[in-house]
Design a binder for this molecule. Structure first.
Ligand SMILES: Cc1ncc(CN)c(N)n1
Length: 229
């Protein structure tokens, strides 16, 4: 495939080549007005609370998807370290769910009454479809990396130089914006690139579509948080 050759020529890997090709959408997902409002300190706390409650439901739906990627890594990868990187991610989700519960408590949100909004339901539907056994490992790991990387890039931006993120939101931003999470996302990207190098044209097409779907759903998820204020 021509794109694959170009990526190899530039030594950037398939995922980076796709992010450059779909730069506007990638920027839309990682520099959304909701994120920019956290960074400049003008965020509407009601929007933040909506995001928090909805994301708790999303993370619960993310667990079985992550587990399915783990199974694919075990079955389809000849590199043992793939499985260990993904296992680390799966294990961290337990702590993440507890963090959401604590945080909701702090903000006076009752998570047992939260109903998923349409964009959240749609995104969870995508996760569910990517959990199917017939979805290739290269496709699933590309989506998995993209989901984690959007949060890493978004929240790291809220902590970068010149940011005016309110003190009470800094812990949230640190959760995904810290360097360790950045290194984890880099490892996922390296795994995705290695498998995409060996992928058929059909798989490449499916992986690019999965990446685009993730970016689109991320934009919708941020939109949902702002819209319900
Ligand atoms: C919507 C969404 N996207 C990504 C993540 C990072 N796991 C998340 N918690 N929520």
């Amino acid at each position: 495939m021509e794109e694959k050759l170009k990526a190899e020529e530039k030594k950037i890997g398939m995922t980076e080549a796709w992010l450059r090709k779909h730069r506007l959408l990638h920027t839309g997902a990682t520099r959304h007005p909701f994120i920019l409002s956290i960074r400049d300190g003008t965020v509407d706390i009601a929007a933040f609370k909506t995001w928090l409650a909805q994301d708790y439901l999303f993370v619960r739906a993310f667990v079985p998807f992550a587990a399915s990627v783990l199974i694919k890594a075990y079955k389809e990868s000849d590199d043992n370290t793939d499985m260990e990187v993904i296992l680390g991610g799966v294990a961290a989700l337990k702590d993440e769910i507890s963090w959401f519960k604590n945080e909701a408590n702090k903000w006076g949100i009752s998570l047992s009454n939260v109903v998923p909004q349409k964009p959240n339901k749609n995104y969870c539907g995508l996760l569910d479809s990517l959990t199917r056994p017939e979805v290739e490992y290269s496709v699933a790991i590309t989506a998995f990396w993209a989901i984690e990387a959007v949060y890493q890039e978004s929240f790291a931006h809220c902590l970068g130089e010149g940011s005016q993120t309110p003190q009470e939101l800094k812990e949230t931003c640190e959760r995904w914006g810290n360097e360790g999470f950045g290194r984890y996302c880099q490892s996922l990207q390296n795994i995705a690139n290695l498998h995409l190098q060996k992928a058929s044209d059909d798989e490449l097409k499916n992986a690019e579509v999965a990446l685009l779907s993730v970016l689109e759903h991320e934009v919708e998820f941020w939109n949902m948080s702002c819209a319900s204020v």
